[in-house]
Design a protein around this ligand. Sequence first.
Ligand SMILES: [Zn+2]
Ligand SMILES: [Zn+2]
Length: 248
Amino acid sequence: MLKLQKYQQKIRKYKVKLKRIITRIGISYSEEFELRDEALEKLILPCQLGILFFGDYDIHFFEKIKSKLNHIYNSFFFNIHNLGVYNFSSKTFSMGVKKEHKEMKKTYEKIKIHPTNKFYQILIDKRIEENLGMIIAITDLPLYSSSDDNILFLFGETHLKHRCCVVSSLRFKEQSYISGDLHYLFEQRVIKEIIHEIGHIFLGPGHCLDNSCVLRFSHEVKDIDQKSFGLCNKCKTKLDHLRVINNF
Ligand SMILES: [Zn+2]
Ligand SMILES: [Zn+2]
């Protein structure tokens, strides 16, 4: 009996410790964003891709994104669909919002940062509704990662299991690090990050170490400017392998 009590005590202690660890590494155990996905089957290639906008973008932007994606991921998409602009209800807009001091600036103004899971749930529902293989969101809102809420102001994130990605263009309006018109650079940066995130769905969570490869990880906006739109030969070979095993 004494042994059982000791054992129960040990389990209780362990539970407290575990909760502390979970809090520290930032995994949310709130049920607010437990993702629901009723169509979790394996991705079949080629597939249909949808792009959903959260914010105001140039009306020609979608066509530019589509043309670059078709060029880089030639034959991987049957079609790329413009899903238009999503309007948050005030309830969904405030869900999971975290307020943080404006980064690097001495100001008392706080900005609202949104969790990636909020976007993922909207994307999952839309992916099912529109019968898409994968889906991507482009937003001008600041993001934090739902898998680690210490990661703030993300450029982009992908949920491999649910085949959806979100890219935040917020920081891409920063100065030019290379010569060129800022609006042109802004669009190039967004497109590179879209190609990068979709690359994760095809090739997995790893990053490429090749400097010019679009699948290299970018710490700063400057890093995005320095990489190209395309994949290096090693990543291209992996993509070709996917074509072969999927027979297209
Ligand atoms: Zn990445
Ligand atoms: Zn590469």
